[in-house]
Design a protein around this ligand. Sequence first.
Ligand code: NAD
Length: 499
Amino acid sequence: MQEITHYINGAMTKGTSGRFSEVFNPATGEVQAQVPLATVEEVNAAVEKAAEAQVAWGATNPQRRARVMMKFGALINEHMDELAELVSREHGKTLPDARGDVQRGLEVVEVCMGAPHMLKGEFTDNGGPGIDLYSMRQPLGVVAGITPFNFPAMIPLWKMAPALASGNAMILKPSERCPSTAMRLAELLKEAGLPDGVLQVVHGDKEAVDAILDNETVQAVGFVGSTPIAQYIYGRAASNGKRAQCFGGAKNHMIIMPDADLDKAADALVGAGYGAAGERCMAISVAVPVGEETADALIEKLTPRVEKLKVGPYTAGEDVDYGPVITAAAKERIERLIASGVSEGADLLIDGRGFELQGYENGYFVGPSLFDRVTPDMEIYKEEIFGPVLSTVRAGSYEEALKITMDNPYGNGTAIYTADGDTARDFAHRVNVGMVGINFPIPVPLSYHTFGGWKKSAFGDLNQYGPDAFRFYTKTKTVTARWFSGIKDGGEFNFKAMD
Ligand code: NAD
């Protein structure tokens, strides 16, 4: 049995708590490793060392820190296949999807290679008589990142790259369900030149998270995970005087207008609804066709596509569309929610329950499920299912479809499929959701923009990565400077005896 360690002061460090969490192979249901769960003392010790290491790192000029990012980016590229395999082994997603996971994190590292530019301050010349004002961005000190299971490479990279490039030290607490990728990234960062102690990877559960939230040295917390935990962490971090940005769950709607290219819309829905077994915060889980005719035609196109999906372990190669869900509990919950949809009166057109794969009978596979005639009062609509289940909510008009989307408490991503620019523009302008796709199903912004949902999908006021991340991970100091006249106006230039 592999025993995963923490990563403290640049070295693999065994946990001392005696408490462990099991890391499963979701395709087989076997336990493949044990991850230690840190105590309050272990977290506090990691923070203390990080604070010591941060002093020199924060004083290192931004260009040198950026060079570490350059080397880190090169190493990620070099180790792309190895990292993707680590992701797939613990998460279960297919290898091409795992490569995407690494790639979208790498792109944030690439933006951080431009840290000197991102960290530049502002200057006002002659704001008053002989007075100049300038502001500078300084690192916060020690910051923390707490990340979910579903993007084991991308989200830790979203947290660590801008935090470190800004001159902070970071305590990263990855998901205890997929802990290994973050460990390998930490090793690569050391190889890239990051001084020991500047990145500490501490594994754990609520005890470790609470220790981070209550530690006075930790200045900021970046969290990604489910909404109830996001809200909890935001509240506790903020009441302890920390900066916090906490990104939560989602229920992403795609509106399909009568003029949409339905083949393209159906292809997009299948990829965005079932890819990664629906375990993406930007997955489309609700299709909202406008008009009965559009809905009927869409369902006709969706059904054969969904039936054809191939579910299997990542080791089966590129033939597989998606893999298992993360745990036995997740599988059970998804199947229970499907049953609730049936009992509440939705039409279950394709039933993914009871899916079994020969040779992988103990794996956490869920077949694709497709619902029609779901209504907003049903549990399957209200809950984030986080599984391979697509619900269709029929709308009578564009305004009704927009209202359904806007009334949903989540606001992470949304999309519209239409051939009409005016409708698309109106939608993008009015919808109360943070990331919008126009004929584009998963509108995760590129790394030089920023990522963040609205409503119950995010707590805090700045987005992840891009310019917002540099604002989050630095504090602004503004100097108002006046120099009284000196040598220029009245100075004495002649050599005189001192008498
Ligand atoms: P989760 O909330 O269970 O766990 C996230 C992190 O919080 C983990 O590190 C976990 O150890 C920790 N945690 C769990 N319970 C805790 C508790 N009681 N107290 C303190 N810490 C706790 O989320 P998950 O299941 O790992 O990830 C899936 C969720 O993340 C989904 O809801 C998904 O939508 C969301 N997500 C959101 C985004 C986004 O950017 N908005 C991105 C990816 C995933």
